[in-house]
Design a protein around this ligand. Structure first.
Ligand code: HEC
Length: 162
């Protein structure tokens, strides 16, 4: 009698284990299929969003600008006027190069002009070893980065909405 009971219990346990395995295996298959679907959708998305070469170049220029402005901040912090002046020059050349990337928009040109004017002011203050003046120009410059980006973002949004 005891062994029959043991047999039944064993059979039950095996049954439970087996169905658990079947369930988890199908769940895995499901997950794998979903993953494939997701990967395909992502690949399509990426292809649609693939940035134009112009945009890639713009990003590189802007990364350079960011680098230059970080150098300037370091120069201000340690009172290294050469570092500030070099950063300001770097900003001017990079923004001149980035100019070519954007077609003919008078407002954009205005932002770019303003930015160059501030970079000039920054370089001049550094050459004249005026730390406060250079620091003020740095703040102006940061405002000008943000203002132009606000403008650009609005334009991009407007174009997307078209
Ligand atoms: C005259 C306009 C203008 C000024 C001034 C400007 N930018 Fe930009 N910036 C742009 C444009 C246009 C983009 C590209 C936006 C896009 O296509 O997504 C951009 C994008 C960027 C990006 C994002 C790059 C990426 O990897 O996507 C960074 C970082 C950046 N700018 C840094 C700066 C810094 C730092 C300054 C100031 C020192 C600055 N920018 C000043 C126009 C400007």
């Amino acid at each position: 009698m005891q062994s029959v009971r043991n047999g039944i219990v064993l059979a039950l346990v095996c049954g439970v284990l087996f169905s658990a395995w079947v369930l988890s295996a199908t769940a895995e298959d499901d997950k794998a299929a979903k993953k494939d679907e997701k990967a395909a959708a992502q690949a399509k998305d990426d292809a649609d969003k693939k940035p134009a070469p112009k945009k890639v170049a713009m990003k590189l220029f802007m990364r350079k600008k960011l680098e230059a402005s970080q150098n300037i901040l370091e120069g201000l912090a340690v009172e290294d006027f050469d570092m500030i002046a070099t950063g300001a020059r770097q900003l001017k050349t990079t923004s001149a190069a980035a100019e070519f990337m954007v077609v003919n928009d008078p407002m954009y040109a205005q932002h770019a002009d303003e930015f160059r004017r501030i970079a000039d002011k920054l370089e001049k203050s550094a050459k004249e070893k005026r730390l406060d003046g250079a620091t003020l120009a740095y703040v102006d410059m940061t405002m000008s980065c943000v203002e132009c980006h606000k403008f650009v973002r609005n334009i991009l949004l407007a174009e997307k909405a078209k």
